[in-house]
Design a protein around this ligand. Structure first.
Ligand code: FMN
Length: 353
């Protein structure tokens, strides 16, 4: 399938997840196969335009992740257009606009899901961006603001008319946050109504569910929490789509994923301590923020430990004794300890042999 001129090798994608879908995680998911698109964590348009170091870090990606979509949030058409140009200059394949985030800090600034309450303004934002860049501009929205404002069908159509090359819909309202379940009927209706590709998002925890949603009529499926629990879910969905049984994932595979994640994170920002893989053209990179500049091994280790704790809270769900593992990871104070915990939990039966 295609989004604009961008070919996607599969219709299954890693959904944007703030704090979770960093470049290291995306690379690992991509290496396991079946992944047609990765979307970055949401990135502030304001921060991009101002060349804020931390913002550029969130937009980092590597070549092996392509095709890659950088998701931005903001509400000012001119700034969003300028941010889209920066994203294009960074070499991203797609620029995505967040219209679904219900977090007050984002929504109160006329960004995230509050754009859904101002469809005319949202269309101006997308129109300005589509005019400013050659790469496809896409939109990720929710079903609506609340149960009485489930306006995703009308808004999606407006986004198409304004120049969006695809839309993704998480079938919950902003008011729902993560309660209840995603309304995939609504998503399928939108897909039916639009000419551009429509991605659905919500509640795919098993590869069979990913396939079922695809068959219900959307062009693609964005998987969020399901990838955090099972990074092989897209590969397994691709197996099913090809008529094969989903590949088995052993405990050792799962342990290796965490060890690989630790290793990738340990090497993040180490090679080029004062630079990023893709810096915005025209913006001379400011000195790295204190959090990341010459942080010393200890604070970098702390950052890696915190990343593992964040992933651990999802990754351990559904595992036998997962809560013990989660607690152990949360108590770990060093990388060595973290590796030991992973080794003991996932490889114990292997190493004894
Ligand atoms: C931890 C977390 C962070 C998220 N961050 C973003 C984000 O930055 N941008 C966005 O559009 N959606 C974000 N989402 C929503 C997901 O992309 C997705 O639409 C939603 O979780 C429903 O899909 P799922 O049931 O497969 O998780 C986030 C979800 C989670 C769980």
């Amino acid at each position: 399938m295609k989004i604009g001129s961008v070919d996607l090798p599969s219709p299954f994608a890693v959904a944007p997840m703030a704090g979770m879908t960093d470049t290291a995680f995306r690379r690992l998911v991509k290496r396991h196969g079946g992944c047609g698109l990765v979307v970055t964590e949401m990135v502030s348009a304001e921060g991009l335009v101002r060349g804020i170091d931390r913002t550029l870090e969130y937009a980092e990606y590597t070549e092996e992740e392509r095709p890659v979509s950088i998701q931005i949030f903001g509400g000012d058409p001119e700034k969003m257009a300028a941010a889209a140009q920066i994203v294009e200059g960074m070499g991203a394949d797609i620029v995505d606009v967040n219209m679904g985030c219900p977090v007050p800090k984002i929504a109160k600034h006329n960004a995230g899901c509050s754009l859904m309450r101002e469809p005319g303004h949202a269309a101006t934002v997308i129109g300005a961006m589509a005019k400013a860049v050659k790469i496809p501009v896409t939109v990720k929205m929710r079903a609506g603001w609340n149960d009485s404002e489930r306006n995703a069908p009308a808004l999606a159509k407006m986004m198409e008319d304004a120049g969006a090359a695809a839309v993704a819909v998480h079938g919950r309202t902003a008011a729902q946050s993560y309660s209840g379940s995603a309304d995939w009927d609504l998503v399928a209706r939108i897909a039916d109504d639009l000419t551009i590709p429509v991605f659905g998002s919500g509640d795919c925890l098993e590869p069979e569910q990913v396939i079922a949603k695809l068959r219900a009529g959307v062009e693609g499926v964005l998987v969020g929490r399901g990838v955090l629990r099972n990074p092989w879910i897209l590969a397994q969905a691709a197996d099913l789509a090809a008529g094969r049984p989903p590949r088995p994932v052993t405990l050792a595979d799962r342990g290796q994923f965490l060890l690989d994640y630790i290793d990738l994170l340990v090497h993040e920002r180490v090679h080029d301590a004062d630079g990023f893989r893709h810096s915005a053209p025209g913006t001379e990179h400011p000195a790295p923020s204190t959090q990341h500049s010459a942080p010393g091994a200890r604070s970098h280790d702390r950052w890696v430990i915190n990343k593992l704790r964040a992933l651990g809270s999802w990754y351990t769900k559904g595992l036998d004794n997962g809560s013990h593992l989660r607690t152990a990871i949360n108590r770990a104070e060093s990388l060595a300890e973290l590796r030991e915990i992973v080794g003991a939990f996932f490889f114990a039966s292997v190493s004894v042999a």
